[in-house]
Design a protein. Structure first.
Length: 242
């Protein structure tokens, strides 16, 4: 049986398989699919791209040290690691598109009084977990006014220990949706910042000039509205592609 190429995007069926595994494999502290997707986006857009041995164990729990999930079925464990690796590689490939970076995040949507609203709370929590994994490397961006502005919707949605006045900014479904819609441009801007800081912006690009602190408020690129990832949720609706 041929194995899928490591950079082949996941099919809808594979996304559902991964979603169900994360929910129902009995791994108490594992990430959900939307948290995993946010986590992988932070790793992909960040100052460096750590090796999977550094970031994969966190998918299964804070105290996990193994790349593979703690289950008895070794073949299934390898398959899930392969799906996660392909999801990560797809995110990286989208960011490296020659015509401009593209992201297609997977996050939740909820019905609010008959209106379906996007809600990236869990996705944002995953993104912040990815930042924490390499926090010292992220510090130069976090120290800038631009970086703090880009992180604002992610913090307001995904951080637990907020001041009451900040908690109020995401207290309603409509407010959470508005913050959610700010995330794609913020993530693309952070990607542009780190590309410029590494000196690997595309030839002829003026993404951030010579100084990463001059990175633009809105980076070249776009968020893609893709296929829905259907499947059951852990006290949440299934994540969708946006």
């Amino acid at each position: 049986m041929n194995r899928p190429a490591p950079d082949l995007p996941l099919s809808d069926a594979e996304i559902e398989q991964l979603d169900e595994f994360l929910l129902y494999a009995g791994i108490e502290d594992s990430m959900t699919l939307d948290m995993l997707d946010g986590y992988l986006h932070a790793l992909a857009v960040g100052p460096s791209q750590p090796a999977p041995r550094h970031w994969m164990p966190r998918v299964w729990g804070e105290d996990c040290t193994d790349m593979q999930p703690p289950i008895a079925d070794a073949a299934q464990a390898r398959r899930m690691v392969g799906l996660i690796t392909r999801l990560y590689n797809t995110i990286v490939a989208g960011l490296e598109q020659p015509d401009g970076a593209v992201i297609a995040p997977l996050w939740s949507s909820f019905e609010d009084e008959g209106v379906e609203r996007d809600d990236a709370q869990i996705w944002a929590c995953g993104f912040l977990t990815g930042v924490d994994l390499c926090f010292e490397e992220w510090q130069p961006l976090l120290d800038t006014a631009e970086g703090q502005a880009w992180m604002r919707p992610l913090r307001l949605l995904g951080e637990e220990n907020l001041e009451p006045r900040e908690q109020a900014l995401s207290a309603t479904a409509a407010a959470r949706e508005q913050l959610t819609l700010e995330i794609p441009d913020a993530v693309l801007s952070m990607h542009a910042y780190w590309r410029a800081s590494r000196g690997d912006a595309p030839e002829g690009s003026d993404e951030a000039g010579d100084d990463p602190a001059n990175a633009p408020g809105k980076a070249p690129g776009k968020a893609s509205a893709g296929r829905p990832a259907r499947g059951p949720g852990r006290a949440r609706p299934a994540p969708r592609r946006h």
